[in-house]
Design a binder for this molecule. Structure first.
Ligand SMILES: C[S@@+](CC[C@H](N)C(=O)[O-])C[C@H]1O[C@@H](n2cnc3c(N)ncnc32)[C@H](O)[C@@H]1O
Length: 382
């Protein structure tokens, strides 16, 4: 969940904003209809009005939408913007839109529901021949060296001053990707594209690719750097490449389980894949390092997956097979009771009173139950 500080940071990111402004200006025609999807503080909705849109829908589940309404009033756009404080997948619009603008990526485009929401919005809301911003994200990979970002892996899991073997912890740190710091980060290979998401046509959530990265600089490699180049409109693009100007998105490091010394002419073969499972993306990246002149004999092979970095016991996993029969936990029973009582007639206080009387061991005080009830209500009530 983003804070107002985060939204402010997004607006302060000038290269990101300038590119979106350019794409939006080119797409908005006088009187047209625009959807600001994932509106945040409504910055794109406000700009769409400024550029002449006749009607704008701003959809955002975050409380930041309250601020967006404030801004609309302050700028005289209240009569043109319709706000929905919901997820777009829960919204119906009374007409199709000419332009959809969204920036729902995180560090990478595989940010929980980004692709799914873009597909849903395009299919349900975009008029035939309408414009979608961004058009396309192209994913890139290159080998990086960053002793600084590798320090948290080496210390304490590989080396520690206590004489303890903590290497079992390594995979929990390396079999996941992290938002990278840029400082002292160097690319040792060329960069290659391993896939693209064309928002105008994409119909699935997953992506995979295979690349052969050519090492051009000697150094100690620590893993694979991944980023996107976004085409927002014809001739308008932004990138969170480690070699471009730094943007609010940051970038992603997929670390290796150990540092590897590389020399110019070496080759790094990478197979990378991300697959949406429920509301998270599972990543797999397999790396083979081929020293110069040895094309068939890999000197290092790493098979990594974010699945390996989960601290989940086999017993826990066994509970979630197709055949297992789930049973509500105490927390689930409380939630089920609260949901059954949320009929628009009882107050939060009355529901909390009922919760205390049904679960006296769990809730000793009315305030405790009330806090749980309002938490559930905030999430699920209309
Ligand atoms: C990175 S922020 C961008 C905010 C603003 N549009 C900007 O560019 O400054 C993305 C926003 O999308 C929202 N979001 C994500 N999925 C959404 C969906 N399906 N429907 C509506 N909003 C969504 C998030 O809550 C978040 O506030």
């Amino acid at each position: 969940m983003y804070s107002i500080d985060d939204f402010g940071w997004m607006i302060r990111d000038e290269p990101r904003m300038q590119a979106h402004v350019k794409a939006l200006r080119a797409a908005v025609t006088p009187g047209c209809t625009v959807l600001d999807l994932g509106a945040g503080t409504g910055i794109f909705a406000l700009l769409a009005c400024q550029y002449g849109a006749g009607k704008v829908y701003a959809i955002e589940p975050n409380e930041s939408l309250i601020l967006a309404q404030n801004f609309a009033q302050a700028n005289g756009f209240s009569d043109r913007i319709e706000f929905f404080q919901k997820l777009s997948t829960e919204v119906s619009l009374d007409r199709k839109v000419d332009v959809i603008i969204a920036d729902m990526r995180g560090v990478l485009p595989f940010n929980s529901e980004n692709i799914a929401s873009m597909i849903d919005a395009r299919e349900r809301f975009l008029a035939p021949g309408g414009t979608i911003i961004p058009r396309k994200d192209t994913l890139f990979a290159a080998v990086y060296s960053s002793a600084e970002s590798y320090q948290s892996i080496e210390n304490p899991w590989i080396k520690n001053p206590y004489g303890l073997d903590l290497t079992a912890g390594v995979r929990f740190i390396t079999d996941r990707w992290v938002s990278r710091g840029r400082k002292n980060n160097k690319l040792l290979s060329d960069a290659q594209s391993w896939g693209e998401i064309d928002y105008r046509t994409v119909s699935h959530y997953n992506l995979s690719g295979r690349v052969n990265l050519k090492v051009h600089s000697a150094g100690t490699a620590h893993g694979i750097s991944v980023w996107f180049d976004a085409e927002l409109a014809e001739g308008v693009s932004i990138s969170n490449s480690p070699e471009s100007v730094e943007l609010v998105y940051g970038g992603a490091h997929f670390p290796w389980p150990k540092p590897v010394a590389l020399a110019p002419g070496d080759r790094v073969s990478l197979k990378i894949e991300t697959r949406k499972l429920g509301d998270i993306y599972l990543w797999r990246w397999n790396t083979e390092v081929f020293p110069s002149g040895s094309d068939h004999q890999a000197s290092e092979t790493f098979n990594q997956s974010t699945f390996n970095s989960q601290l989940i016991s086999p017993q826990h996993l066994g509970r979630f097979t197709e055949q297992s029969r789930p049973k509500l936990s105490l927390k689930g029973q409380v939630e089920a009771l609260v949901i059954s009582l949320m009929d628009g007639k009882l107050t939060h206080g009355e529901i909390a009173h009922e919760v205390v009387s049904r679960f006296p061991q769990r809730f000793r005080r009315h305030e405790e139950a009330l806090s749980e009830v309002t938490k559930i209500s905030r999430r699920l009530s209309d």
